[in-house]
Structures are given as structure tokens and as C-alpha cells.
Design a protein. Structure first.
Length: 331
């Protein structure tokens, strides 16, 4: 097994990825940090903010999601937020140090037939939000469910920086978590996004009952993309009462770090985002994740509808580790 750490590969085998994942912990993290330093500033962390612009009532049955209409949770169905409220939140996020503003809608996919105030289609209003966030000098990201080619093109024309559409897990385990769409649906949306010239944000969730091999399968799919996803969120399951996965045991922190380190090696130039679940992670766990190659976090009090460490917590965390927020690049 060879890896120079200098060039991206798209031919990783599952056996190779599993062999990396199973290395002695110190060797795995050393290799990941070595690759990380060749492609990224090891002291810089991108701060992102994620806002739920349309909450609850989603027709999908994702077993982890409190916004699914199939589950009995405390999340209420709300309409799409008005433009001025979204841009006010984006401005506050920018002023707090975030360089990327992400907007999430609990949809199976945008429908032009859904209309809000003034008779405008909800998707048209999201396009306006993207333009507004970009005008603030921030990266704009959306996660709206499945897209067709025309929708992806319209978002690209508005200046969308990235589109998030996670694989969640490996192909074999996927049907154990979601039944309302198939893996190929996810891949099709990602293809539309890439064809439109928008960067891809795509990762998964750990702790849903999947095996190590399922996690390796997901990384193999991501590593097979050419180009690799520019952003790879690694989420720890947030166990929410009323969802089918609420009683899953907590994720072992070392398993999380192993996955981040493995992702860093096989996806060397990608931004690896330490995403959901940080409220249950110790400072030491998060420090190991950064050491293993994570270089982005979501900051703010909430991550869509679940708790997230606030700006003050993250400021103290980065100062303690001698790290700093990444500065936005003009343009």
C-alpha cells in the first residue's frame, strides 16, 4: 500500500481503505496529519453557520432526522423564512467569523409549485437568498433535498458556492435508515450539482448502527468521485427522542477520530468538516479530530434543529488549541 499524500487518487479499494482505518491509532493519526499539512494550513479552521430556512414536515423517513413527518418529535412544521430574516442571520454569522453560510430546507426536493408570500415560488425565494448571501461576501451553501438539472443550474447562476447532499452511509446499509429514496437518487443529485459547476459537500453520519465496513464503503464511494467532494462533513449521530435511532448508544470517540483520519488520507484536498454531535464531544475529542485532519466546524447555537456549541465555546476551544478561524478570501 502506497500513498505519497501529494496527489488525489480515485482508485482506492475498500481493502486499502480498511487497512488504513485499522492501523495502530498513533500511526493512522500521524499519516493523516502528514497528509493534512501537505494540503492545508494545520492551524486554520473554517467557521460555518447552518440555518434551517424551512423546518419540519419533511416527507422523507430518514431514521435520524427529527424533521421527518414520519416521526413524533417536538419539531413543528414551519414555512420558508422571509428573505430579510435569512440575510440578517447571515450578516450576524459573518460578523461572528463565519465565512460560509449554509441554508437547509426540510424538503424531499424544491417544488416550483410551492408558493409563499406574494405568490412567488419557494424555490425562487431560495435563489434570492443565495444571491443575498453572496452579496455579503460569504460562501453560500444549500441543502434542499434532491435537485433536478434545471434547479442546479439556477442555483449556480445565482452564485451558489456549494450544495450539500450527504450519502449518510454505505450503499448496503442505506436502506436500513431510509426507505423513501434510494442511493441512486442521491448520486443523481450530486451529478446534477457537479454538472452545474457547483462544488459538492457530501459526507455521512456515524453511530446509526452501521458496521465499520459500511463506513469504509461510504469513503470508497466518495474517493471514487472525480473530482473528490470539496467538502466532506463527518457527523456523529445526534440521538433525538421520537426518531427510530433515538436509543442508539453514543459513538465511541476513537471511532470518530479514526474515520476523520481515514477520510483525510483518501480525500487529501477536501475540507473535512467536524459537523453534528459536537455538544457531546469533549475538548480532547475535538482536539484529536483536528489533529486527524478536520479543518472546519459549524458554529452557532443550533445546527438546523439540534443543539450546537455557540460562538463563545468555539472561540475558547480554538484559542486553547492555538488554532484560528480561517479568513474569508475575497471574490
Amino acid at each position: 500500500m502506497t500513498d505519497s499524500g501529494l496527489a488525489s487518487r480515485h482508485d482506492w479499494t475498500r481493502a486499502e481503505i480498511r487497512a488504513l482505518h485499522d492501523l495502530p491509532f498513533s500511526e493512522l493519526v500521524f499519516r493523516a496529519q502528514t497528509v493534512h499539512r501537505r494540503h492545508h494550513d494545520p492551524a486554520a479552521v473554517q467557521l460555518c453557520t447552518l440555518l434551517s430556512i424551512k423546518t419540519g414536515g419533511c416527507p422523507e423517513d430518514c431514521g435520524y432526522c427529527p424533521q421527518s413527518a414520519h416521526h413524533q418529535t417536538t419539531v413543528e412544521n414551519e414555512r420558508l423564512l422571509p428573505l430579510d430574516e435569512v440575510l440578517a442571520a447571515a450578516t450576524a454569522a459573518r460578523d461572528a467569523g463565519s465565512t460560509r453560510f449554509c441554508m437547509g430546507a426540510a424538503w424531499r426536493g424544491p417544488r416550483d409549485s410551492e408558493h409563499g408570500p406574494g405568490g412567488r415560488a419557494d424555490f425562487d425565494r431560495v435563489v434570492d437568498m443565495v444571491r443575498g448571501v453572496r452579496a455579503l461576501g460569504m460562501e453560500a451553501c444549500c441543502t434542499l433535498g434532491m435537485l433536478n438539472a434545471e434547479q442546479a443550474s439556477r442555483l449556480a447562476e445565482a452564485g451558489l458556492t456549494a450544495y450539500n447532499h450527504n450519502l449518510d452511509t454505505g450503499p448496503e446499509f442505506y436502506g436500513s435508515v431510509i426507505s423513501t429514496r434510494v442511493y441512486a437518487d442521491r448520486l443523481r443529485t450530486l451529478a446534477h450539482v457537479r454538472d452545474a459547476g457547483v462544488t459538492v459537500c457530501c459526507g455521512g453520519i456515524l453511530g446509526m448502527g452501521e458496521s465499520i465496513d459500511d463506513r469504509i464503503d461510504m469513503l470508497a464511494v466518495l474517493a471514487g468521485f472525480d473530482p473528490h467532494p470539496e467538502s466532506v462533513p463527518i457527523n456523529a449521530l445526534v440521538r433525538v427522542a421520537g426518531t427510530p435511532l433515538a436509543d442508539r448508544p453514543p459513538l465511541d470517540p476513537i471511532e470518530l477520530v479514526r474515520m476523520i483520519a481515514t477520510a483525510r488520507i483518501v480525500l487529501p484536498a477536501s475540507r473535512v468538516r467536524l459537523s453534528a454531535g459536537r455538544t457531546e464531544m469533549s475538548v480532547e475529542t475535538q482536539a484529536l479530530c483536528f489533529l486527524a485532519g478536520a479543518n472546519s466546524i459549524f458554529t452557532g447555537e443550533r445546527l438546523l434543529t439540534t443543539p450546537n456549541p455557540g460562538e463563545d465555546h468555539d472561540r475558547v476551544l480554538l484559542e486553547k488549541l492555538g488554532m484560528r478561524p480561517e479568513i474569508a478570501i475575497a471574490g
